[in-house]
Write a protein that binds this ligand. Sequence first.
Ligand code: SF4
Length: 265
Amino acid sequence: MDLEKTLLRKTGEAVARFRMIRDGDRVAVALSGGKDSATLLEALLLLSRRSPIEFSICAFTVEQGKFLRPIEPIGEYFQARGVSWTYFRDAPSLRLLEDQPGHGCDLCSRYRRRAVYEIAHDLGVNVIAFGHTADDFCEALLRNTMFTGKLSALPAVTTSRDGEYRLIRPLVYVSEDITRAYAESRGIPVVPCGCSLRTGTVRRSLRDIFRELEREHPHLKENMLTAMGNLDPRRLLDTRFLDLERAEETSGAPAELLPILTENA
Ligand code: SF4
């Protein structure tokens, strides 16, 4: 497999399908230190050279005190490629780490989100790109379904609450097998985060399940991603998407189901 071609094709497909990047956009890539966001930055650099539209790319990293090694090498790697990289030590996150060392992901990501918007504002960008992969979308779909009572995954494209930024996830169709292999092939000096060593038990279990199933069904995640773009609401239970009036009138509807179908109308 030509890694670079595959990466470009899958990223390009996502960018085009969800209209993630438009002419004149100023895109900031949230570089987390890991293989995924580094691969994302590489992919967008490649795309920008081939794209018929003009857009600029910069990168930034939020320091929350969780990196296991200094983060500078990865920033310097991209700076050497001509990318402007901003390293932001987030004082509130560092204080949080001192005050509540055992804090959970909810609090940490809330602090990170605030820092990201602050940096984006200072950088004068209008698009923020995150390195969530196909694996993250599939895990999120199962996690949300099983634990939050919502059939949802992650937004491929959305806007910040105040509408100031477009938030995009161009690696939605790119699996971590690809980001891992690509980052290795490019010799990108990825920097692990302390949290990667203590991945939550649910996440670990889901990853184990995927690994096991993918031995026999290697296209499992691709199928899940296709399913996320191909809803059949008639076979789900959300009455907002069911035409209950019609079901009642249709003679073909099984009579014994009608009381059930109309109950929630
Ligand atoms: S895994 Fe670690 S860095 Fe990531 S949100 Fe949770 S606490 Fe924060």
